[in-house]
Structure formats: C-alpha cells, structure tokens
Design a protein around this ligand. Structure first.
Ligand code: SF4
Length: 468
C-alpha cells in the first residue's frame, strides 16, 4: 500500500530548470496550479446518467445539480474539479506535455490533499464533482492504487456522494480497476490514437491490448453488476454512468473514415457511452509529429463530433457516411448535409408520409422536430409554416423535402448547386472553431475570484485555497 502520510514530492532528476536531485516541499496550492493546468488536455470529462442521492450523513448528490449540463463555451465540463493526481509520468508519449523527457514542473497529490481540495471546493459550491486523471507515477499499479485510495477516502471517510469520473490506468492490476469501479460513477480508458500502429509509433510504452483489456473488464463489470442488482437489491453499483474514451485527432494520418469506424466499433463492441475527439495540439518537437502551422484541427474535430452524433442518435453507419473513395468529410458542410447531397436519389422526402427514421436523415430535422412532425401530422397535413413552428431548420431542409408533394421553392436538382447553397447558408460553429484555433484554456476555478493587486496567476490561487 502507498504511504498516505507522504507529503513530499520528488522533482524528477535531470530536468533542467528544476532543483536537481533535491526534494522540496510543495504546497497544495503549487500542486493545484500545476496539476489543474496539466489536466486541461483531457477532454473526456462530461458526466451523465447517474441518479444517486446522499444518505442522511453524506455530502453531495450526483443528480440534483445536473452537473452534466455545465459546460464551458468550448464544450468542456466546468462543474467538476478536473485535475491530475500526478504529472510526474514515467512514460514518454510523444504528443504529451507530461512525457518524461519534457522539462516541465512536476507534482503529485497525496490522496488526502485531493480530498481536502475536493471537499473544500464542494462546500464553497465551486464544483459539484471530480474528474481525476493521472500520468503514470512509478508504474500503473502504484498510480491506480493512489487513485483507489483517493476514492476510498472521498466515499468512505468524507462520505462524498457526488459525481466522480476517474481514469483506468492501462496495465494496472484488474483488482485495482474493479475496486475503482465500485467507487466511481464513470471510468475512462483513453484509446489515445485511432490505430494500433499509430499508438506504437507515438506511445511506445502503451499498446492497444493494454488499453482494451481494462475497457473490456469495465464493460463486463457493468453488465454482471446489473444482473446482480436484479437478484440482490443492495449490490453496490459498478461504474453506473458507463465508460468513455478519447482519441487524439490529427497527430497521425488516419482518415475520418478510419476514425469513425473505430468509434462505431467501440460503441458496438464495448458499449461505450461516449468517444471524445481531441484535436491534436502541437506542443512537443518531434520528427514523428506534424507541425500544424495552421493550428489544431478544430473544424475537423467538430465534424467528427457531429458524425459521432449521427452514429449514436440518427441510425447512420460509418460506411454510409464515408467510404474508401471519399474517406474525409467536406469540412464546409456538416456531415448530414454532406451525406444528403451525395445521396440525392433518396430525396425529396414527403414530410406527411415519411417514417420517423427517414425524417431523421433530412438535414435540418433533428430528433425533436422529427418526433413533433410524427405527432402533429396525425391531425392534419403539415405545410412549410408548420415545419418552421415545429423547429425544422428550413434553410437546410428545403432542398430535401416536400409538403403534400410541393417543394418550398423550385430548385435545381444538382449536387453542386445544392452544396453551394448549403455552404452559403452558413452555420453556427463553436467559438474556437470560428477562430480557427484552440487555446485549450480550461475554465479556471479562479476566473471570477478577485484578490487585491495580484502580482501573478498564483496569487489568486493562493488566496482562494488559503480559505480552505
Ligand atoms: S502516460 Fe503518456 S499521455 Fe499519459 S501522462 Fe504519461 S506521457 Fe502523457
């Protein structure tokens, strides 16, 4: 077992700019500054699907606050304390800021320190849950054991019932993964890169097998736990909010088609709740990494999220959206429009007769509007004004639908013409995609905290944590 009284961190030897071969005390505030910042590259931190109330003596509630609805403008969840347990990683993944060969400040929290921060922030209503990831400290087992101890303290000693999402460290003992699974609401094991070959090239200490093994264990654990719960009412819940994963996009040459095929396979074979896509940010210099002078591929990331949505909620298959001849999305169009203009033979769709799943495939018609159309047309035939009231985005849908046999306007039935008009319609893109760059500025716990004449970012941090 790890010594919980350990209060010192050892700065990694040989890292220029740090105190070589010396131990020094680092305050919790210093560690928080380093480890909250280091966690910002992990995008897989949404929460959902948990409905658990605390007991009479507990604290926190995984359902009441709706924590899954709190996101920053860039889509990142802001209501969780999102930190690394440690960035003192012994691995050397080429794309990662925390790789062992980088010269960056290193820190490791003790489990008690995380609890202290967590409960302090929770009591002040700054956060509603915890997202805990980590670099590999010493080895996967040691790291996973620290994570398990943190969860044990939070749940069993501090009686924290709020949402917790932790990383499963690939290569860790299955017993530790299982232990964490009974404490956490969600677990994730990052796939990192879309193919095994890319993983070997950029993360030589990782392997696809080591990543998929805990993923399969968690999946099996969730299924058998559900069965047990039917028989034994008070069985503790295992990863009740399911598992997710994350892939880096643009660091390796995989096409969009390959990426969404991997996602589809993960949803089908591992029952994942979410696959997150993280546009590669060029942080490290390495001959195996792309330079990306135009910045992180944010628009591509956005299109992949849209395509992922089509896979999960609109009944599309990866092989329908793309193929070997056309392996990448047209980034000027959202993937559904892109698919529709290449399948004009399936349109126009008659709004008053088409079944629900056909309606879902029409650009401009979402899940809600398709459901409303199916309900409303039971009473009378719908026209274009009705569709507008229902919420259909007519500026996209008008090329693909008829109401009682009539199109909204006479249009030229031609792929180029429709594509040009759809591009001209414009689209509301997330701010960072419009800006063409990704800053990865994580919403800080300290953004709205005003201190008197701070002389640097650490001052706000110190003042706040000093109140804990
Ligand atoms: S295991 Fe790889 S990706 Fe994770 S923190 Fe270490 S170097 Fe970074």
């Amino acid at each position: 077992m790890v010594d919980l009284t350990e209060k010192r961190i050892l700065l990694s030897p040989g890292r220029a700019g740090l105190l070589e071969h010396k131990e020094r005390r680092m305050s919790v505030q210093d560690k928080l500054g380093i480890l909250a910042d280091a966690a910002k590259y992990d995008v897989a931190c949404t929460s959902s699907g948990v409905d658990r109330k605390n007991g009479k003596s507990g604290m926190g509630n995984a359902s009441a606050c709706g924590i899954c609805h709190s996101f920053a403008g860039d889509g990142r969840c802001i209501s969780l304390l999102k930190i690394l347990l440690s960035n003192d990683c012994v691995f050397d993944c080429k794309y990662c800021i925390n790789r062992v060969s980088n010269d960056v400040p290193r820190a490791t929290f003790t489990p008690e320190e995380i609890c202290e921060l967590m409960m302090g922030f929770y009591r002040r209503n700054y956060i509603e849950g915890l997202f805990l990831s980590s670099g590999v400290v010493k080895n996967p087992d040691y790291t996973m054991e620290l994570i398990c101890q943190t969860l044990h303290l939070l749940r069993d000693i501090h009686h924290f019932y709020g949402y917790i999402h932790v990383k499963a460290i690939p290569g860790a003992d299955p017993v530790l993964i299982e232990r964490a699974g009974y404490y956490a609401d969600r677990m994730s094991c990052n796939l990192e890169l879309p193919t095994a070959g890319s993983l070997t090239k950029l993360a030589p200490q990782k392997s696809r097998k080591k990543i998929l093994t805990p993923m399969r264990q968690i999946q099996n654990g969730i299924v058998s736990n559900k069965n047990e719960m039917v028989i034994y009412k008070h069985t503790p819940r295992f990863v009740p909010a399911g598992q997710s994963t994350q892939m880096i996009i643009g660091a390796t040459p995989e096409t969009d088609y390959e990426i969404i095929q991997v996602s589809e396979s993960l949803y089908d074979r591992f029952s994942l709740k979410r696959v997150f896509y993280s546009a590669y940010i060029s942080i490290n210099q390495d001959a195996d990494l792309p330079a990306l002078p135009q910045g992180p591929p944010m628009l591509r990331e956005h299109r992949l999220y849209q395509a992922d949505w089509l896979l999960r909620f609109y009944g599309f298959k990866a092989a329908e959206l793309l193929d070997d001849q056309r392996p990448n999305f047209n980034t000027l169009l959202d993937p559904k429009c892109d698919w529709a203009v290449r399948h004009l033979e399936t349109f126009p769709v008659e709004i008053n007769r088409a079944d629900y799943y056909t309606l879902l495939r029409v650009p401009g018609i979402g899940v809600n509007s398709a459901q409303r159309i199916c309900k409303a047309r039971k009473f009378s035939n719908l026209d274009f004004n009705d569709l507008k009231k229902i919420g259909v985005v007519l500026k996209r849908a008008l090329y693909f639908i008829t109401c009682s046999g009539r199109m909204m306007y006479p249009i030229r039935w031609n792929e180029d013409y429709i594509t040009r008009n759809l591009v001209d319609v414009g689209e509301r893109l997330p701010a960072e995609v419009r800006a063409g760059q990704m800053t990865y500025k994580q919403l800080s716990l300290f953004d709205d905290f005003h201190v008197t004449a701070p002389s640097g970012p650490a001052d706000g941090l110190m003042a706040l944590t000093g109140q804990l």
